[in-house]
Design a protein around this ligand. Structure first.
Ligand SMILES: O=CCCC(=O)O
Length: 460
């Protein structure tokens, strides 16, 4: 793999703002040594003391939300209000684990039939590597770091090459909150250095959020080195509507969720599966919302405008997927225009008539494109919903909750929702099956991954 360079490149202009050198091998070694020595003491700090520090981290995310929001918008182009919201959400995540962590990590006595006392303890495992993506530069780190800091693990963090300022801002927050030296270590590692870190005996596990391709590479390296991995990869989540007495309302919900983060979320509702009697109205309503939008500055967020995607390459890749579908007979109802020049503007699109021979059928469309499918029965809706290599989330909507729940029960996914696009919150476990990866983040399950569930037995 080629060496990455860490740089801030504003996707709204296509101009480089700042570049950062990648780590030297000495710096990588220093991060590893520091994560190990940090672990020696952090694991022995009382969990309630760790909670006080993690709670300070939470507060700093809230205090700095405006400034953090501007960093993210500059680096990856998301609308500023969404970026500020993301920083505030990180506060909730760190606060959730600071508050609930001591209970979640408490000893669990188990019934012993041999007369002795048996307890399952939740002990930390050691230094971990986190590899995090650009789409939610703070939130993705928060959901990995918060539970693991509470458990007493330490972290070496390799962020996306396009988010160096976010990466440094997180390190600054950790330092300011009083996270001891060595407990959280940002490193601008190259791909070769990541392999070295995974192979290093001091590292006990790796968590990656990213593409299916990156997941396969990291999962293979982790397996070869007998390291536990959590992989949170792509998705092509179905949004199934069986019936509705408010088609405009359900289209608004579907569109709002699809367009959030400019469509660049792993659990975005990339496939909308709509019952035939409301299909035309649904497409009309979606199209109304996507129509006539013009490129706008994500820092200003003027009504009627749309934000850029994260990079020119991402916009070009999405355009190629849509063009492939259109060339094979799909209908582009609106949008799908790649703006000329170096910026990353791709106008939000509505696509129907997608068939199995088109890339858009099986590939993840990581951007602002709503693909709408027509079905004629609940069984057909479920079959189509599951006809994907991915299995992250999905939702089923109906005026009849039991009917929607029955279909949702059949979803091959890590998250299934009824009459809600997605249950999200610090307390809600997040993760997938099939090629969406394995392991869970957030909620009680987020504290179950990198933990030594040690049997502690005292004979009688
Ligand atoms: O991109 C993956 C995470 C998306 C979310 O939790 O909203």
């Amino acid at each position: 793999m080629s060496a990455p360079t860490y740089k801030v490149l504003n996707p709204a202009t296509g101009k480089i703002v700042e570049e950062f050198p990648t780590a030297t091998d000495e710096q990588v070694e220093q991060a590893l040594a520091s994560a190990q020595s940090g672990y020696e003491s952090w694991q022995n700090v009382d969990i309630n003391e760790r909670a006080k520090i993690v709670s300070k981290v939470a507060q700093l995310f809230a205090d700095k939300a405006d400034e953090l929001g501007k960093i993210m918008t500059l680096e990856m182009g998301k609308p500023l209000s969404e970026a500020v919201g993301e920083a505030e959400y990180c506060k909730d995540i760190f606060e959730y684990f600071a508050t609930e962590g001591p209970t979640l990590a408490a000893d669990q006595e188990i019934k012993s039939f041999s007369g002795g006392k048996a307890v399952v303890q939740r002990r930390p495992v050691g230094p971990l590597l986190g590899i995090m993506p650009w789409n939610f530069p703070l939130y993705q780190v928060a959901r990995f770091a918060a539970p693991n800091l509470m458990l007493g693990n330490t972290i070496v963090l390799k962020h996306a090459e396009s988010c160096p300022r976010s990466a440094l801002a997180i390190q600054e927050i950790m330092d300011e909150a009083g996270v001891p030296a060595g407990v959280y270590n940002n490193v601008f590692a190259t791909h070769d250095q990541i392999s070295t870190i995974i192979a290093d005996s001091r590292i006990q596990g790796v968590s990656l959020t990213g593409s299916e391709r990156a997941g396969a590479i990291i999962g293979e390296q982790a397996g070869r080195n007998l390291k536990k991995a959590v992989l949170e990869l792509g998705g092509s989540d179905p949004f199934v509507v069986l019936d509705s007495n408010d088609v405009a309302g359900i289209a608004e919900t579907a569109w709002g969720f699809r367009i959030d983060n400019t469509g660049q979320a792993c659990n975005s509702n990339k496939r909308m599966i709509i019952m035939e009697d409301i299909f035309d109205d649904f497409v009309t309503e979606l199209t109304k919302r996507a129509d006539g939008l013009t490129p706008g500055d994500p820092m200003a967020e003027v009504d009627g405008t749309f934000a850029p995607m994260s990079s020119r390459k991402a916009a070009e890749d999405l355009h190629a997927q849509v063009q492939d579908a259109v060339s094979k007979g799909a209908t582009l109802h609106t949008g799908g225009v790649l703006q000329d020049g170096p910026a990353a503007y791709y106008s939000p699109a509505v696509l129907s008539g997608v068939t199995k021979d088109m890339r858009a059928y099986y590939e993840e469309l990581f951007g602002p494109v709503a693909v709408v499918y027509k079905v004629s029965s609940d069984e057909q809706a479920l079959e189509l919903a599951n006809d994907t290599i991915y299995g992250l989330g999905g939702s089923v909507h109906s005026t009849d909750e039991a009917r929607a729940a029955k279909v949702a029960m059949g979803l091959q996914s890590g998250m299934a929702n009824v009459n809600s696009p997605a249950a999200e919150g610090a307390e809600m476990p997040f993760g997938g099956v099939k090629r969406s990866g394995f392991g869970r983040e957030l909620g009680p399950l987020g504290m179950e991954e990198f933990v030594n569930k040690r049997l502690f037995y005292i004979g009688d």
